[in-house]
Ligand binder design. Sequence first.
Ligand code: BGC
Length: 457
Amino acid sequence: MGAIAAIAGLLFGFDTGVISGAQEFLFPYFNLKDNNLQDAATRGLIVACVPIGALLGAMVSGFFAHRLGRRRTLLMTAIMFFNGAIVAALAPHLYSVGIGRLVMGLAIGISAMVAPMYLAEVSPPKIRGSMIFLFQLAITIGIFSAFAINLWFGRIFEPTVSWRYMFGAGVIPATIFFLGMLGLPKSPRWLMLKNRFEEAKAVMQRLLGRYDVDAEMNEMRESCSREQGNWITLFKKPLLPLLCVAFGLFVFQQLSGINAVMYYGPEIFSKAGFGADAKFLAQLCIGIINVLSTIFGVWIVDKSGRRPLLLVGFIGLIICLGGLSFCLKAEGLHPFVCLSLTLLYVVFFAISLGGVPYILMSELFPLKVRSVGMAIASCANWGFNMMVAFSFKPLTNLLGNNIGNVFVLYTICTVFGFLFAYRFVPETKGRHLEALEENLYEGKELSQLGQTVEVRE
Ligand code: BGC
């Protein structure tokens, strides 16, 4: 079940990563120039279609998950992933590419919220935490696959059609996702919410492999009744600071410029001095390092704690971004220093800002407002992702046609991110979620939420 539902993460990564290679062939095919501000805006818009769609998808994800159910919503997104890939691959005009990518984006926004929700609802509590970082791992594997396919297809197909095959490759995981999801059961928790107790019980018996599931059924009944909480409370004390932390972490995750590297990597490497083939190889290295470092993150996060990992990550990111800004300004002079700094930057991102915001967002919110809180935080993720994707080209043009200057902006934002994390992010490692909730309602400061509570055995 984990593998099938995580294919949604893989598609998330694939469809966001594929544009980095496809745009090399796509934009010249449609006669878009590099040094013209209007063309730069069009290019930015095509790249940003996925995050724009994902933002819209995140906004409506709760509605679909509730109305259609988690499983049927995921089946719907599989169909959208499939169609989005086909439309972009067969596009006769640039705006058809945009529509295809918008549909992919919608599917990503919906499934990036509903797939982890489905996983959480069918997983035993003991492995729920690692499932969250594993979803991030699936995203990075998807991004890596996209980079590998970009490199491969860029070599074996003509430049006029290679981008079509790159987009089209997305139909394979979409089909596997659809067929796999067909075989999975409905979420027992959703069935409970819909008062379909007998069906919920049958699914639980199947999931747990035993007849007596009364204890679990009672727990689910209790948590379902708690989930009827009012979302307006999220905008009042004491929940508002939590919302700000979850929201803020995603804002700084995106403003660290990670998707400038994911979407525009080959172009950045070309400016750094790499040749036509080498820049795609460099991007492939980014993909591999991203996957490997995320595996390390999955392993370390429960040992080191979230806060130290986040702070160390921020410091590393600031140093790498500062260095990168400096080297990129001297266009073409230090290709290997640029590559090393970018790789190190991805390592620091993957072990900290990559997974930790997802973990904290699911740990911090009390159960009754968790889904709304998560949906709002996801909107920050996609809203700022879209902003970075869209603004990269126009910003480069406006800042003296020099990518290094754009990285100076990411460096400054990341310094603010460090201060934000240092001041506000609490440690939640090994703490009972109920104890965090208790401290919150006792009026403890945000950064102290994890203090003076029992440590898990
Ligand atoms: C971010 C994505 C990013 C990915 C890179 C995720 O945590 O939300 O925007 O593309 O990490 O690995």
